[in-house]
Design a protein around this ligand. Structure first.
Ligand SMILES: [Zn+2]
Length: 189
C-alpha cells in the first residue's frame, strides 16, 4: 500500500537522473514540496553481482537482510523502509515540515543487486535522513540550490563505501557518472 505524504510533506529523493542526467534542473523548489532526482542505474542491471548469494528478492525481508549485512545505520526516527512498486527511482526519503524524516521508500530497481540495495539504503538512511532538509528547503526557496550539495554528499557516501557494499566496477562507474552529472549542474545551473 502506498503511503500518501501529508500535506506539506517535503520530499528528498534518490531517483532519476537516469537517462537525461539533468532532471534535477526541473525539480520543484516550493516550500511544501522539494525533491532530488538522481540515478536509477537501470542500465547496469545485467552486471549485478552475486557475491552475497542469490540476488535480493523484492521484499521487506531483503531490506532487513541488507540492513543487517551492511550494518546500515537506521535513525531511530525512521521506520523500516518500504517498497514502492511504482517508484522508478532507487529510493526516496520524505520529510515533514519540521524536517523530521517520515518515510523511506525503495523502488524495484534498488533490488538489482545486494550491493546496490545496500548503497541505496545508505544513501537514504545514512545521509539524507541525517541532513537538514529544512535548511535545504529554505535555501531552495531563496533560490540558493542546496539540493545538489545534498545529493553529492549522498553519492560520495555510496562511492566511499563501495567495498563495504561490494559494488561492481560497473556500478561504481555509473554512480561516478551520476555524481559528475550533478557536479556539472553546479557549473551550469
Ligand atoms: Zn539522494
Amino acid at each position: 500500500m502506498r503511503r500518501v505524504p501529508a500535506l506539506g510533506t517535503l520530499i528528498l529523493c534518490l531517483c532519476l537522473l537516469a537517462v537525461s542526467g539533468c532532471a534535477a534542473k526541473s525539480a520543484s523548489s516550493s516550500m511544501t514540496a522539494s525533491h532530488f532526482t538522481t540515478d536509477s542505474i537501470s542500465n547496469i542491471a545485467h552486471f549485478a553481482k552475486e557475491s552475497f548469494g542469490p540476488l535480493p528478492t523484492l521484499s521487506g525481508a531483503a531490506i532487513d537482510e541488507a540492513i543487517k549485512r551492511f550494518a546500515i545505520h537506521v535513525p531511530k526516527s525512521v521506520a523500516r523502509p518500504e517498497i514502492d512498486h511504482d517508484l522508478s527511482d532507487r529510493g526516496r526519503t520524505s520529510w515533514d515540515l519540521f524536517g523530521r524524516s517520515v518515510a523511506v521508500k525503495l523502488g524495484p530497481i534498488a533490488f538489482t543487486s545486494w550491493g546496490l540495495l545496500g548503497a541505496t539504503l545508505a544513501h537514504e538512511l545514512e545521509i539524507h535522513c541525517q541532513q537538514n532538509l529544512m535548511a535545504i528547503s529554505f535555501k531552495d526557496a531563496l533560490g540558493i540550490d542546496a539540493k545538489n550539495s545534498a545529493e553529492k554528499e549522498a553519492y560520495a557516501h555510496e562511492l566511499s563505501n563501495a567495498d563495504r557494499f561490494g559494488l561492481s566496477p560497473e556500478e561504481i562507474q555509473r554512480i561516478r557518472e551520476t555524481l559528475s552529472a550533478i557536479e556539472a549542474l553546479d557549473n551550469n545551473p
